[in-house]
Design a protein around this ligand. Structure first.
Ligand code: UDP
Length: 379
């Protein structure tokens, strides 16, 4: 590898970025310099993942977690600018669509440091989502756009991004799932610990503002999960801190009775539980990809998805919280054996598990021939 030690700054701030950048950080080895904005500062969403995924000790920014979006972005850009001024990286890598992603991109742009965007070209076309704005801006700024799927590449081409900036790499989620899934024996022991049987429970996660910020929607969602559980299929719900806070704020704690509610679980544990669930119910972006590697069906409780590949391949479907979700879950559970057998034969649309190796090769090329783009004065 021609990359000097600590020459690639990988900027991230949330659980899904830690997960999906782990294989790239491993591949980069000593060339990586990890910077964590602290957007997720809760131990259950952050520190535990640094340890479990064996990531290098991050440089930590401060005063960001739990702040309004503009404050998060502004403070992160300012602190990143100081870090990059003191020790200029050869390249900056960001992933996905978080406030940390946008801040990393703006800070790289402000110092004319070449920028690579992992998971470029995702589009929900829902302009009410801050993530959609983050993606759009980061893709404008990045020198190298790593599209995970042909659909992502097509979206970038349709927006007029120059062909030489776009590479089809696959999604790093494929390799992180393969490497992190516990052994069959460990999975069996874990399920025993929860009193769950394979193919006989639902695993649910909910944390998006569209589900947690409106009391009626959250009540509908929890009521759907309860009616699934009342129908005889246990529902395990690792409760995200934002959802927990919303449940308390809206006085909905009694809506959790009848569900197996636990704090968020570690990555290997989550994959093990997802691997044997009869059905996943989630508004998570990462889970929409992971279900395709694990061969499990997913009902996506969202208005829109930036990952239609999971739907088109037959793994996932959108369902509105309430009657639609309850009916879809009942129908999918009734048909579970045939569905699980069918999904086991469908390859993941997110690539072959070599995305991080391809991304490192792109970074090596970038270090040899820095890209001079014409957007250096955007900030
Ligand atoms: N996840 C986890 N433990 C949990 C719930 C989720 O490790 O209790 C993982 C999940 O496998 C996925 C990631 O967290 O890789 C998704 O994070 P999140 O839903 O917060 O973000 P999104 O993917 O929606 O951006």
């Amino acid at each position: 590898m021609n990359l000097a030690p600590s020459s690639v700054a990988v900027v991230l701030g949330t659980r899904p970025e830690l997960v999906k950048l782990a294989p790239l950080l491993h591949e980069l080895g000593p060339a990586a310099r990890l910077v964590h904005t602290g957007q997720h500062s809760d131990e259950t969403l952050s520190g535990r993942f640094v340890d479990e995924l064996r990531l290098p000790a991050p440089e930590l920014l401060h005063g960001i977690g739990g702040r309004p979006r503009g404050t998060q972005i502004g403070r992160a850009v300012e602190q990143l600018d100081d870090l990059f001024a003191a020790d200029r990286p050869a390249a900056v890598v960001v992933q996905g669509d978080t406030n940390a992603t946008l801040a990393g991109a703006l800070a790289a742009n402000a110092r004319s440091i070449p920028l690579l965007h992992v998971e470029a070209g995702l589009r929900s076309h829902d302009r009410a989502m801050p993530e959609e704005h983050n993606r759009l801006v980061v893709d404008q700024l990045a020198d190298l756009l790593c599209a995970a799927t042909p659909e992502n590449r097509a979206a970038l081409r349709a927006e007029g991004h120059a062909e030489e900036r776009i590479s089809l790499t696959g999604n790093t989620v494929v390799e992180v799932v393969r490497r992190s899934l516990p052994s069959a024996a460990d999975r069996a022991a874990l399920l025993d610990g929860y009193g769950l049987r394979p193919d006989a429970y639902v695993l649910a996660t909910v944390h998006r503002p569209e589900n947690t910020d409106d009391p009626d929607t959250l009540r509908e969602l929890l009521s759907s999960l309860r009616s699934i559980a009342a129908g005889g299929t246990p529902v395990l719900l690792p409760l995200h801190p934002r959802t927990q806070a919303a449940v308390e704020r809206f006085g909905l704690s009694r809506m959790l009775t009848g569900l197996l509610v636990v704090p968020p679980v570690g990555y290997g544990e989550f994959l093990a539980l997802a691997r044997h669930a009869a059905l996943l119910v989630s508004d998570s972006g990462g889970v929409q990809e992971e279900c395709t590697v694990l061969g499990r069906p997913l009902l996506v409780v969202r208005r829109s998805t930036e990952r239609p590949e999971s739907v088109d391949a037959g793994f996932a479907a959108l369902a509105a919280p309430g009657a639609q979700l309850t009916a879809a879950a009942r129908a999918w559970l009734a048909d579970r054996q045939a569905r699980l057998e069918r999904l086991a034969g469908i390859p993941s649309p997110y690539g072959d598990g070599l995305a991080s190796a391809r991304i490192v090769r792109l970074l090596e090329g970038l270090a040899e021939r820095p890209v001079h783009h014409d957007l250096q004065r955007v900030v």
